[in-house]
Design a protein around this ligand. Structure first.
Ligand code: SR1
Ligand code: MG
Length: 418
């Protein structure tokens, strides 16, 4: 099939030619289509049958350019091949947190999937101050269950390397290298500063040698440590949820990288929301304590549960496939020490990458609405300065934190919970 970019007008004709769509739609001649993509890269169509709107799918299609910039920024459509492969992996290991995929095509660079119409994008919902009681439980399961099976602790060397090869995703990794780990820390043409940002604010990020060294180390880790298959862009805009269920979407940035990159992306976005809600809760007419307290407890619970679930997966794997390496009288102690040291290493990376994910959203090209849509620029700047202070402390001191509670304590030191 030859690639063509779909439009709301051409979607019905396209779906009509896919045999499996007859199981979903009782009448393929009566479809209503709306383009709803709000991400930076792709187009997303919601399709419903007019008379039976519960018969519905979502189509996500990659176009050969970066949507946030436009056709002047070419970006190959192969990103959808990585998304399709990653969705298959996520479905295998954590189906309860992945939308159902009905059809995919690498030729057309698209997937047709479950319309999560009882769920909404988590970032939008959190901006409205909604609480998701099961979020930490679900995301920690998603992370531990999709990541552990692709580590060298689980796979044989040959299988791991073959899988690493299938997920070499240079174009989207380059986006992260540039927009997360380079450009915001220099006065780069792609950065976007609002009118209240001062030269001193820029220098605070761009002329601090210790910070620059720390970020360069994180970038090196990102580029060289192929520890496990990652989602690659696990911010709260890549999650759809309601109070009961949580789905992880959009894994087009999937690649083999450092485990802390995914965990840190999620936790860093929670800290962004924590600082934003110092302003947003009063904007919503509420006292900030309850919501911000929920955010910090969610960050703690996510890390603590991720750690114990990852370790439980590791122990279960060792029980099922015991290594002679640990079969000596004190082998259990050695194996426990190995797990503990590895989890400390993931924690250090988690803190470092969370910090980079926070800083890039302040001066980098791609912002987060939590902060960028605070209308009062002076109030927005106060939030941004808090984010910068926290993030700098995190990445520079990332090896000094002994627990996630020490990190949430730092968040509160900078912006007290009241
Ligand atoms: C140009 S930067 C675009 C960003 O959008 C995606 O969601 C990734 O976070 C990427 O860095
Ligand atoms: Mg995305």
């Amino acid at each position: 099939m030859e690639y063509r970019q779909l439009s709301p007008e051409t979607v019905p004709g396209f779906l009509k030619d896919i045999p499996s769509m007859q199981k979903i739609f009782s009448d393929l001649d009566d479809l209503e289509v709306e383009e709803v993509g709000d991400g930076n890269l792709n187009f997303v169509y919601k399709v419903r049958q007019r008379k039976n709107p519960e018969q519905t799918v979502v189509i996500k299609q990659a176009v050969p350019f970066l949507r946030i910039v436009g056709e002047s920024w070419p970006l190959s459509r192969t990103r959808m091949n990585f998304e399709i492969q990653a969705l298959e992996h996520h479905t295998k290991y954590c189906p309860q947190h992945v939308p159902q995929i009905y059809y995919s095509s690498t030729d057309m660079s698209l997937v047709v999937m479950q319309n999560l119409n009882r769920h909404a994008v988590l970032r939008g919902e959190m901006i409205l101050g909604k609480i998701f009681p099961k979020l930490a439980e679900h995301i920690s399961s998603f992370l531990a269950n999709t990541i552990f099976p692709t580590t060298d602790w689980c796979l044989t060397g040959g299988k791991k390397k073959a899988m690493v090869g299938r997920f070499i995703n240079p174009e989207l990794c380059k986006i992260t290298e540039d927009f997360v780990l380079t450009n915001p820390y220099e006065d780069h043409e792609t950065n976007v500063y609002h009118d209240e940002v001062t030269q001193a604010d820029k220098d605070y990020l761009q002329q601090d040698s210790q910070l620059k060294v720390a970020v360069a180390e994180m970038k090196y880790t990102f580029m060289n440590h192929s520890e496990a298959l990652l989602h690659g862009d696990l911010h709260i805009g890549s999650i759809m949820a309601n109070e009961e269920e949580t789905y992880v979407i959009d894994p087009e940035f999937a690649f083999f990288g450092p485990i802390g990159f995914d965990v840190g992306a999620f936790i860093g976005n929670l800290f962004l929301a924590y600082y934003a809600h110092e302003i947003r809760q009063p904007m919503l007419g509420r006292e900030p304590f309850e919501y911000r307290n929920w955010i910090l407890r969610t960050a703690e619970e996510t890390w603590n549960k991720f750690q114990s679930k990852f370790e439980a997966n590791w122990v279960a794997h060792e029980q099922n496939f015991p290594h002679s390496y640990w079969s000596y009288p004190e082998g259990r102690i050695g194996f426990a020490l190995q797990r503990q040291r590895f989890l400390c290493h993931i924690f250090e990376d988690t803190i470092g990458f969370a910090a980079c994910k926070m800083m890039r959203r302040i001066y980098g090209l791609a912002k987060v609405a939590d902060i960028a849509e605070i209308p009062d620029l002076k109030a927005r700047l106060d939030v941004e300065r808090n984010v910068m202070r926290m993030a700098k402390g995190m990445v520079k001191q990332r090896s000094a934190f002994r627990s996630i509670e020490e990190l949430t304590a730092l968040a509160q030191e900078i912006s007290p919970l009241r």
